[in-house]
Every structure is written in C-alpha cells, then in structure tokens.
Design a protein around this ligand. Sequence first.
Ligand code: HEC
Length: 149
Amino acid sequence: MPSIKFLIPGVVIASLIGVAITQKPDAAAEPPKVEESPPAPKKSPLETFMRKKLDASSKILEGLCLEDAALIKEGADALSEMSKAEVWNVLTDADYREHSREFRENTARVAKAAEEGDFDKAALRWFDVTMSCLECHNHVRSERKADKK
Ligand code: HEC
C-alpha cells in the first residue's frame, strides 16, 4: 500500500494531465459560437435531378481545362439528355420551352466542337450554355414571382 504522501501528488499530476488533454487549445482564438445551424433539408427528387446539371457542367469545365474532348462531350450529352426528361418540364409555358430548346442547341454545339477537337470553339459554346442556365433560371424566378402576386 503506497503511503498517502505519494498518492496525493500522483492524483494531482493525473488530474493536471486530464485538464491539459480536455482543454481546447486557445479558446479565445476560436470564432464566436453562432447557434448551430439545422441540418440541411433533404433534397427532393426534383432538386436532386436539377443538381445533376452541376456535375455535368463540371465535367465540361474539367474537359475544357484538360483539353479532354471525350469528357466535354460526355458532360454536354448528359445535359442535353436531361433537358429531354419529363421532370425537366417544371414549367410548360412557351418561354420555358424556348429556353429548353436553346439550351439543348447550345449543348449540342459544345459536343460538336469537342468532337472536332476545337477547344476554343467548345469554350465559347460553353459560355452560351452557361448563359442559358442563368436565363432560364431568371425566367423561372420571374414566373414564380408573378404566381405569388
Ligand atoms: C430551361 C430551363 C433551365 C435551364 C436551361 C437550366 N435550368 Fe437549372 N433549374 C431549372 C428549374 C425549373 C429548376 C427548379 C426550380 C425549382 O423548382 O425550384 C432548376 C434548378 C436548378 C438548380 C437548383 C437545384 C436545387 O437544389 O434546388 C441548380 C443547381 C441548377 N438548376 C443548375 C443548372 C445549371 C448548372 C444549368 C446549366 C448547365 C441549368 N440549371 C440550366 C430550369 C433550368
């Protein structure tokens, strides 16, 4: 049985180590704790579908960066296919259909330029596709606003 004289310093040291381990490094330097944000709401099937356009777009961008024609074409074809899907037609007005048609044409131009190995042209056509993304979204937003009135 160790005498109490040895036991006490042992306990003190052990608890000091415990404090050292559990204490956060430099708590003052941490950003102020803002209220925990709630977990991101689960995406609906439509949102998940729409977000796939981002994956296809990043394939095209990657393909342009690496001059990888196959990758560019893969992304452009995927976008074109998506625009033919039933779920794509969230709105059915003439403008939406026109935006969809232009979008498809622009993706086809990207694919064609890639097939021809003309990366400058593919890049320019890619800008047109990007503009189509934004223009259609603007249209969707303004339609929604009009609905709310
Ligand atoms: C012809 C119309 C049209 C075109 C073109 C279009 N989108 Fe969309 N997009 C939509 C619609 C409709 C929604 C769904 C809006 C809603 O219901 O809230 C949407 C939603 C999205 C969303 C949000 C998904 C979510 O999390 O809610 C992203 C991201 C997106 N599109 C990316 C793109 C990209 C990138 C492109 C171009 C490569 C593109 N879109 C082209 C119509 C279009």
